[in-house]
Design a protein around this ligand. Structure first.
Ligand SMILES: Cc1cc2nc3c(=O)[nH]c(=O)nc-3n(C[C@H](O)[C@H](O)[C@H](O)COP(=O)(O)O)c2cc1C
Ligand SMILES: Nc1ncnc2c1ncn2[C@@H]1O[C@H](COP(=O)(O)OP(=O)(O)O)[C@@H](O)[C@H]1O
Length: 298
């Protein structure tokens, strides 16, 4: 997969070297089951027409620019993870357009001409509720008209779970109430974050207490105690996330793993969130004290 980072105005050197493609359009945070439907349809169209399979996404989130006074958004899948997911799904060309105030002001028709037609797209795939252009005024209906026959359009019908449209907002809401157990029915898998083990772990009997610095930009579940899986060097361990804390922009997890006696210091880890446990988190402890304390009480 080749990733092309674009900043408005798009340069002629980017458009000149394009091969005709099918484009899936959207932000795609989480790459959930609704997004997968859009991506699979674009992939199938590319295969059938022997065109390259492309995705156009944006960074940062449009709302961070349009409602610039609010806290920058945390993501379900920060951009590098989204790129990894796209690569796994067979995307050949990824366009990441920097969402700037100037880009937000682009009229819908100009977006279509400069970006979609400009990138030699022959077929667009997006969901029924996709919006583009200034004030989000462009819709899937206007896209067909504004395309002027230069590309075909496939509209994906709403993918739902129990009458509710699957959306990144629904998943964010589940994280904010700690209902991680329900997330796989939206995402197709457990919610996952990545990070790195900081500080030497404390070992006690067959328990290891890990202190994980979460990679930047990840949204975390509401503080509490959770059953988790932790993947280290491709090996999966069962554990409990005892504490979620933050210090400025950095977030930390304190995780207790059983039957994991390997040295984890400085290792990269993946944490999958299985279930909220009702026990209340001890939020006001210094993490190191907490680790020591936990060792004493076992
Ligand atoms: C060129 C362009 C300009 C946009 N300008 C605005 C805008 O002024 N106001 C707005 O609410 N959304 C704007 N949007 C955002 C879209 O409405 C949409 O939220 C965004 O592309 C993410 O798509 P998705 O959430 O439907 O996948 C713009 C999108 C594009 C592609
Ligand atoms: N549940 C769904 N059913 C059909 N299409 C969807 C669904 N969710 C998102 N899409 C489409 O996937 C693309 C990316 O959507 P996006 O707006 O980033 O997702 P979300 O609404 O989850 O934040 C858009 O083309 C959008 O219309």
């Amino acid at each position: 997969m080749e990733t092309v980072y674009i900043r408005h105005p798009i340069s002629a050197s980017v458009t000149a070297q394009m091969r005709p493609c099918v484009l899936a359009l959207g932000f795609f945070d989480g790459v959930h089951l609704g997004h997968k439907e859009v991506l699979e349809a674009a992939k199938a169209a590319a295969k059938q027409k022997q065109l390259s399979f492309g995705v156009m996404t944006f960074y940062p989130h449009p709302k961070d620019i349009i409602q610039a006074n609010e806290e920058p958004r945390k993501y379900l899948t920060p951009l590098p993870i989204k790129e990894e997911r796209f690569r796994e799904m067979g995307v050949e060309k990824l366009f990441v357009v920097r969402f700037t105030p100037e880009f937000a002001r682009l009229r819908p028709k100009d977006f279509v001409v400069q970006y979609i037609v400009g990138l030699r797209c022959k077929h667009v795939v997006a969901g029924f509720d996709y919006h583009y252009g200034y004030k989000g005024k462009g819709t899937m209906a206007t896209l067909k008209k504004e395309g002027d026959g230069k590309f075909q359009v496939t509209v994906i019908h709403p993918i739902k779970r129990e009458q509710e449209k699957i959306s990144s907002t629904a998943i964010r809401n589940l994280l904010s109430v700690g209902n991680v157990a329900l997330i796989p029915s939206y995402l197709g898998d457990f919610y996952e974050i990545r990070g790195k083990v900081k500080k030497a772990s404390i070992y006690y009997k067959n328990n290891q207490f890990l202190h994980i610095l979460v990679d930047e930009e990840y949204m975390l579940p509401t503080p509490g105690i959770y059953k988790v899986y932790v993947e280290i060097d491709g090996q999966r361990y069962k554990g409990t996330c005892q504490q979620i804390s933050s210090n400025g922009n950095q977030s930390f997890l304190l995780v207790q793993l059983t039957n994991c006696l390997i040295n984890t210091y400085e290792k990269r880890v993946k944490v999958k969130w299985l279930q909220f446990s009702l026990r209340k988190a001890k939020e006001d402890h210094d993490i190191y004290q907490y680790m020591e304390g936990e060792r004493r009480i076992i």
